[in-house]
Design a binder for this molecule. Sequence first.
Ligand code: ADP
Ligand code: MG
Length: 726
Amino acid sequence: MKQSDLLSDHFRIDAPHQKALKRLRISTVEDLLYYLPARYEDISEIQSVSGLSLGAEAVVYGQLSGLKSRKAWKSKRPIAEGFIEDGSAKIKVMWFNQPYLAKMYADGMYVKVAGKVAGSSGKLYIANPEVEKLDALPTDHHNSLFSGSTEEFDDTLYPIYRETKGITSKWLYHTALKCFEKGILDTLHDPLPKHMLDRYNLPELSTALVWIHSPKKAEHAQSARKRFAFEEVFYIQTQKALERAQVSAATTYQFKTTKAHLKEFTDRFPFKLTDSQNKSIDEILRDFNGNHAMSRLLEGDVGSGKTAVAASTAYAVATSRPPEGLGKKLEFGNLQVAYMAPTEILAKQHFESFIEYFHHLPIQIGLITGSGCMKFPSKVDPTKPTKISRAQLLKWVKNGEIPILIGTHALIYKSVEFKHLAYVIIDEQHRFGTNQRKQLAKKDERMPHLLSMTATPIPRTLALTIYGDLDITLLDEMPSGRKPIVTKVIGPSQQKEMYGHVRNELADGRQAYVICPRIDEPDPDKATALRLKSVTAEAARLKKDVFQEWNIGILHGKMKPAEKDAMMLKFANHEIDILVATSVVEVGVNVPNATNIIIEGAERFGLSQLHQLRGRVVRGTHQPYCFAVTESKSEKTRERLSALTQAKNGFELAEHDLQFRGSGELYGAKQSGLSDLGMEAIKNIKLVEAARNEAQKMVAEHPDLSRDFPLIHHKVTQTLESLHME
Ligand code: ADP
Ligand code: MG
């Protein structure tokens, strides 16, 4: 057996099984060995249902059944209920005021349930429990759910792998063990050099594999996880360092903009730039004047004024001459800017903002999206934009007549050619690599400068990892005079008051968002389906019980982009008053009249995501409100949520999340492409910095990585592929 062998060469794998493995991206022996347990269950801690007594803090594992929701018959409070059964006995679970919970879980699901045992003897139930959906049950020491399996696990540590339909955690475990038995470990070569392992006290590959898949001791598992975490971050950092080297090696457009020239532009703004904005602009202009292409990330909360920075620096570019045009009298042909937005609506919004910023100048602005092209100014009415054909727009971009082109992904299409593309600005794109950047520039071998902008609050370690090839600028100051969002944590007893407030706001002509709870479900398709259900159910409930006289629309991830856009447009035009949406739909579309946001099931979100969600209501001149609704009675949960009412910015909250909730909760985790283990790693700043230093050294000392370290090169290429897979 070799690690490059297909698993199917050694094991009997039928077609459905094969398909399931493909979903987990496992095809070779190597893939399987690197498919690491998500966690371990310590089976000595599990309580049995039959042993529970009144008042106990129960933690039980079992299967759900009999889920339904109803109304309590005196108080008419909605109740969700069901049973959990672990083989020893069955006990009722009840949630009050959270009817949607019954819809979020399904009969037959394996779960871990934690909560207080209430009721009366003979009629015990677990009240308002926290439920965690499991891929598999830990081996059962009451010996009924997994009969016959217990003797295989003498140890109390039992690895749990992420499952998918058709592949169980148990199968993954046993297959890994069988690979060990077939002698795979003797054939392995550790890609990481020994001196690196020694320096950080990491176990060598074959030891680490045994320790991670079947640990005898918790410390062994820990040590192995550290090794694989280091390894993953190291590969990502190596890949980033290679990209960085590639950018540094390329030529670029080098030009200088004077302070006085820029001031002519910014003096016209209806506001004074913040110190943070000024500093960012200075940094970018300095980069333009350097001899390497800029690679910079601009991080700033929604409303911190990133667009003004983008516009000011775009102005510097669009008023500069290419070197070959210097001294010549050309009609046009200045340096060009491409500004890419994640959605069509956002592209249009940027186009409109740029018109505001540039309308007094003889600088033309183009817009290209899937559904058409525009240009400002129109020849007929120079105060307005006009529709033009794609062919016409492309011609003007190609001959340099249009120096600023804004658009969606349509910008990267083959047919879009620039004359002198010097500056690329991208908004909320997590995967914009060097190749895409070069692609945009086409035949021009000069690498354009890059400014990547994001409002996603992520902790520093994560930024260093996923943006390892970028210099980071923080816009950590809000323009003065903004009304800070009034944020309230709402418990069950305050809901009436909250709805009363929102009704008053609606009556005053405002609009509101209602965000439905996040649903944790390892199968993304199922999670989306469940979310969709909760959005539809919540919209119906609100229409029936709370906001009868208002128009309610829904928005969720299963809708087609065009449907989403149409719904957003309806909301922006105030054809609907309340938008009930999933958290999936969260790009910062600007609806200044929407000043209220209700976030249901707030305890299920990380603070940084809550912050991101409430960012939707900061745009207007009216006082914005955010209601974080939770049913949780836990003191800790309320306390955690109350951090929202104090934090100065999203980055503070992101660090908070990382420390208090763990990386799985971290916003931005999904888009980062990191594995669960990699995410765990970023809790450890020392590890991230060490991996980063080693990677930079490796790339500096071995520019020909594929020759000097073919195994590392192979892994880095694999990492790149998985990062670019959605
Ligand atoms: P972001 O893209 O970071 O979310 P924008 O650039 O869209 O933020 O700015 C949000 C709003 O704040 C815009 O209406 C913009 O005109 C305004 N704005 C930007 N900078 C300032 C400033 N320094 N002072 C006051 N208002 C500002
Ligand atoms: Mg913006």
